[in-house]
Design a protein around this ligand. Structure first.
Ligand code: MN
Length: 134
């Protein structure tokens, strides 16, 4: 069981992610754009963040950069959710500081597996710094 913040501007996508994560036994928090996501992350210190990339206002990559620059939130793993994952997009997503990404539409199994994998890494004692190389 983990506390997971979902930053997503599309209500249907938010509900789907909440449904999947709640069924997997996780508690969810929600934010509707990048700025709100940063505010909730700072206040609630979730165990993991699901970050939609395409949002009006501050997008998911802008929010990720700020969260990863802030010592208070830098260690929170972030999974980017994006409709477009072409070669350059994946590089942009990882360069912004996201720890992983999932292409939409994703399956329930893909989301729960990605979350479980990052929660294991995040909870490891004295986790090493994130290595951006594959
Ligand atoms: Mn969106």
């Amino acid at each position: 069981m983990a506390r997971i913040l979902i930053v997503e501007d599309n209500p249907a996508n938010l509900k789907l992610a909440e449904f999947i994560l709640n069924r997997a036994g996780h508690q969810t928090l929600a934010a509707g754009d990048g700025s709100e996501g940063i505010a909730v992350a700072r206040r609630e210190r979730p165990d993991l963040i699901l970050m939609d990339v395409q949002m009006p206002g501050m997008d998911g990559l802008g929010a990720t950069r700020l969260l990863k620059q802030d010592a208070a939130t830098a260690a929170i793993p972030i999974i980017a959710l994006t409709a477009l994952v072409m070669k350059g997009d994946a590089e942009r997503i990882l360069a912004a500081g996201c720890d992983a990404y999932l292409a939409k539409p994703y399956s329930h199994a893909q989301l729960t597996a990605a979350v479980a994998s990052l929660l294991r890494i995040g909870s490891a004692a004295s986790a090493p710094p994130r290595d951006p190389s594959p």
